[in-house]
Design a protein around this ligand. Structure first.
Ligand code: ADP
Ligand code: MG
Length: 377
C-alpha cells in the first residue's frame, strides 16, 4: 500500500484495481485500509488532456497535424482512463477510435516499476514456494508491453485476423499506417458495454468463450474489463483493449486443461499430477483443492447453471474464509510460474467482469468446452 501511495504510477494501479472489482467483495475489517484507498482512487477520475495537448501529442506521433491524417477528429475524448484517452475520428469516411497514451506515462511507470524490487524479499518471506524476483520481472515486462501501443496494434491485428469470420466474436481492425508507440487507431465499434447487454447470460458465455478459448489461439487477453466488452446490435460480442496480452505455450495449456478436468471429475490423482507438473502445488494437496474448491464455490461449479453476481462472490468468499488453516497451507505450498501470472489474471478478471454484470451459466462446463475447443463452435 505504501508503494502504491507514494509512486506516481501507484495511483494508476489503484484506480485500475478499483475499476476491476466491486469493493464489497473485499472482506472487512481486514480490508478497511485497502477499501479506503480504492474508494479515493475510484472517486477521483483521471483528468483529460486539454485539446491543445491532445493535438500536440498526435502531431508529435504522426509528424503532421492530426487533421492531415484524419478527415475529422473530435477533440472531446469519449473515454479517459488512467493511462490513455480515446477520441472518435473519421478516416476515409469510416469512424475510427484514436487511442492516445498520456504523454510521459510510459517513462514514469517504467521508472516506478523499479520500486517493485523492494517487494522481492517480503514476498519471498511470506510465500516460501514463490520465486518473487521472477514474478516481478514478469510484471515489469508485461506492464512495459501495455504501455507500448505499437505492441498493442500488433496483437490487435493478430486477434482481428483470427476472428475475422467468427459467428459471434469480433475485434476492431488497427490502422497500421497510423500506429505509433503512443497512438493506436482502430475501426470504431458501436455497441453497448456488456453491463447493458439485453441477454447477459449469452453475453457472459460468449465472453468466457473468447477469454478461455484464447488459450488455444496461443495469446491470452489478460484484461477483460467490462468497459472493453461491447454487445453489437446484431448480438455479436466485440472485445477491445489488447494492451494486456501474453503468449501461452500449448504444453501449459494442456496441463491447465488436465488440472481442470481432474477438478471437474473429482479425480485427486489426475489433478495432483497436473498441478505438480505445472509446478503449482505438491501432488498431496490435490484432494484439499477439490474439497475446498467445491465447498467455497458451491453451485458455481455445477452441475447445471448458477448465478454469478456480487452476492455469489461474497458467499463464496465467506465459505472460503471459514477454512483458514487449509487456505493458509495451500497459500504457503503454492507457487505461480511467471508465465502463468497473466493467464491467472485473465481468468480472475473474466469472472470478476461476469460477476459485476451478473449472469447465470454452467461456468465449469463452459470453461471446459472453451479450453477444449478454443474459439471453434
Ligand atoms: N475501437 C473502439 N471503438 C469504440 N470505442 C472504443 C474503441 N477503442 C476504445 N474505445 C473506448 O475507449 C475506452 C478506453 O479504451 P482502452 O483501449 O480500453 O484504453 P485503456 O487501455 O486505457 O483501458 C474503451 O473502454 C471504449 O469505451
Ligand atoms: Mg481498457
Amino acid at each position: 500500500m505504501r508503494l502504491a501511495r507514494t509512486a506516481p504510477s501507484g495511483r494508476v494501479v489503484l484506480s485500475r484495481a478499483a475499476g476491476t472489482i466491486d469493493l464489497d467483495w473485499i472482506p472487512r475489517p481486514w480490508g478497511d485500509d485497502l477499501v479506503a484507498e480504492l474508494e479515493v482512487a475510484r472517486d477521483r477520475p483521471p483528468e483529460p488532456l486539454s485539446a491543445r495537448a491532445t493535438e500536440r501529442a498526435l502531431r508529435d506521433a504522426w509528424g503532421v497535424k492530426p487533421t492531415q491524417e484524419l478527415d475529422e477528429l473530435d477533440l472531446e475524448p469519449v473515454a479517459v482512463t488512467p493511462t490513455a484517452q480515446v477520441h472518435r475520428g473519421l478516416l476515409d469516411g469510416e469512424a475510427v477510435a484514436v487511442k492516445l497514451l498520456r504523454p510521459g506515462i510510459a517513462a514514469s511507470v517504467r521508472q516506478d516499476l523499479a520500486l517493485l524490487d523492494g517487494l522481492v524479499s517480503p514476498l519471498g518471506a511470506a510465500f516460501p514456494a514463490l520465486d518473487p524476483a521472477k514474478l516481478i520481472r514478469e510484471i515489469r515486462e508485461r506492464i512495459g508491453d501495455e504501455l507500448d501501443l505499437e505492441h498493442e496494434a500488433h496483437h490487435l491485428r493478430r486477434f482481428h485476423r483470427a476472428l475475422r469470420s467468427h459467428p459471434f466474436l469480433t475485434v476492431p481492425a488497427p490502422v497500421t499506417r497510423l500506429s505509433h508507440e503512443n497512438v493506436l487507431v482502430s475501426t470504431w465499434i458501436d455497441g453497448v458495454p456488456i453491463g447493458g447487454a439485453a441477454d447477459p447470460d449469452v453475453a457472459a458465455a460468449r465472453l468466457l468463450a473468447f477469454v478461455i478459448g484464447a488459450a488455444r489461439f496461443g495469446v491470452i487477453h489478460a484484461d477483460p474489463d467490462p468497459n472493453d466488452v461491447l454487445v453489437l446490435p446484431d448480438g455479436r460480442l466485440a472485445i477491445l483493449d489488447f494492451g494486456a496480452v501474453r503468449t501461452v505455450v500449448p504444453e501449459r495449456v494442456a496441463g491447465a486443461q488436465r488440472a481442470l478436468e481432474g477438478f471437474a471429475g473429482g479425480d485427486a490423482a489426475a489433478l495432483g499430477a497436473a498441478l505438480a507438473e505445472l509446478g503449482a502445488l505438491p501432488e498431496s494437496e490435490a484432494s484439499t483443492v477439490i474439497e475446498l474448491g467445491r465447498h467455497a464455490l458451491g453451485d458455481l461449479v455445477g452441475p447445471g447453471p448458477a448465478r454469478l453476481d456480487t452476492p455469489a462472490v461474497i458467499a463464496a468468499r465467506d465459505r472460503l474464509l471459514e477454512r483458514p488453516e487449509e487456505l493458509l497451507r495451500l497459500a504457503l505450498a503454492g507457487s505461480l510460474a511467471p508465465e502463468d501470472l497473466w493467464p491467472a489474471r485473465s481468468v480472475l478478471q473474466l469472472f470478476a467482469t461476469i460477476a459485476r454484470v451478473g449472469a447465470s451459466g454452467d461456468w465449469l462446463a463452459l470453461a471446459r468446452a472453451a479450453l477444449e475447443n478454443g474459439w471453434a463452435i
